[in-house]
Design a protein around this ligand. Structure first.
Ligand SMILES: [Zn+2]
Length: 404
């Protein structure tokens, strides 16, 4: 209360009967360097014959009190006082009156809304432009691996086969993880096989700096490009099936099989590891070079479902270790890659029969895995149970060790 050490009153037209009450309430002055009210609220209530609790309310009816020493930094109007404590309380920082505060909040909200609208307009523009891409594609020239992926999508989705459109692609269960299936959708988009529908929701797109954008593959409303040779989508699916059935006659066959198997196998093994670790409530798996090395070592010698079994056993072992008092959970987790490598080596050298961990072949295994074994390799479930990377190299790739 630096300059003017008392509230300033502005009487209202109404309630003149309470003006004296207001004057008594707000009267005070500096005593020994501190502000002191002339009478207590209790005394005022007795003097005027009103209830103590009603005093501030009646005072406010009679007069608006302001503190001329403190002014709103926007409109310069002095601070309105609601009660004595508002006057004596120390104010830190700039004072902003209620209406200026509301105005500022409204302005901020308006700005946010405008920014949001601008962002949405930009997203819709990205979608509108992107939906013009990949209108047509020559399916006769499709690469073998892409044919398998596209065929898998059409097998999983009736809509995709009928009119080329599909949404909620994460529910199609193309691969073990939606991360890999998202990458495969991106691959078909980059190659001109898949396009984006203009009904794609803005939340599927993310703007990145310098005018670029990225997308969430499973939020996109996808559509296959129309065939340049005029085939309907069911006929495109038939064509893809024929391309797949050409097998060894297609020069890309061996490499495509190896690429697909490795992609799906690594995805499955890593996901199985994460699931097993989660089931024991161990800390999150950090996939480093050693984990990669161990997973690939296991896949070199064993089939996908056998590697699942090995991972299950090794994680069970780590979980048992983590229960010991002298063991830190994180350390138990660190033993997994090393134990997996040793386990695989013993299983190979001692010729263990590792029993595969299987899910229902028709309904639970990922679509691309069943397409790979049923259609591409033509070995079905028995092949899935036994095909390791080393077997793949000797059988499908004809022992071509140069391909790694
Ligand atoms: Zn103001």
């Amino acid at each position: 209360m630096e300059s003017i050490a008392r509230p300033f009153l502005c009487f209202e037209e109404a309630y003149p009967e309470y003006r004296q009450l207001a004057l008594d309430y707000w009267s005070g002055g500096m005593v020994d360097g501190r502000f002191k009210w002339d009478a207590s609220v209790e005394d005022i209530s007795e003097l005027h014959g009103v209830l103590k609790k009603d005093v501030p309310k009646l005072v406010r009816l009679a007069a608006t009190a302001v503190n001329p020493a403190i002014r709103c930094c926007d409109c310069d109007y002095p601070q309105e006082l609601s009660s004595r404590s508002a006057f004596t309380a120390r104010v830190y920082g700039d004072h902003l009156c209620t209406s200026c505060l509301q105005a500022r909040n409204r302005a901020r909200q308006d700005k946010q809304k405008q920014e949001e609208e601008r962002r949405f307009a930009a997203l819709r523009e990205v979608i509108a432009n992107a939906s013009q891409r990949n209108q047509t594609f020559c399916y006769d020239d499709i690469e073998y691996t892409d044919a398998v992926i596209a065929f898998g999508i059409m097998l999983a989705s009736d809509e995709a086969c009928e009119d080329g459109r599909f949404q909620q692609s994460d529910a199609l269960h193309l691969c073990t993880t939606t991360t890999l299936s998202g990458k495969l959708l991106g691959r078909l988009f980059n190659r001109g096989i898949l396009g984006m529908e203009d009904t794609t929701p803005p939340r599927a797109i993310e703007l990145v700096k310098e005018g670029g954008w990225s997308y969430f593959p499973h939020r996109i409303h996808w559509k296959f490009a129309r065939d340049t040779n005029g085939r309907s989508f069911p006929s495109v699916m038939t064509l893809l099936g024929e391309i797949i059935d050409a097998r060894e006659d297609d020069p890309e066959y061996g490499q495509a099989v190896a690429e697909l198997w490795r992609m799906l196998a690594y995805d499955d093994a890593l996901d199985h590891l994460v699931q097993e670790v989660d089931s024991y409530r161990l800390p999150d798996v950090r996939v480093g070079p050693k984990t990669d090395e161990a997973v690939w070592h296991a896949l070199e010698h064993f089939s996908i479902p056998q590697v699942r079994r090995e991972i299950t056993n090794v994680v069970k072992n780590a979980a048992a270790l983590s229960q010991r008092r002298d063991y830190v959970k994180r350390h138990a987790l660190n033993t997994i890659p090393g134990t997996l490598i040793s386990y695989v080596d013993r299983a190979v050298s001692e010729g263990w029969q590792v029993s595969p961990v299987l899910h229902n072949w028709q309904n639970e295994e990922p679509i691309l895995l069943t397409v790979l074994f049923n259609r591409v390799l033509g070995t079905g479930l028995p092949g899935f149970k036994t095909l390791s990377n080393s077997l793949l190299k000797t059988s499908v790739l004809g022992g071509d060790a140069a391909f790694e």
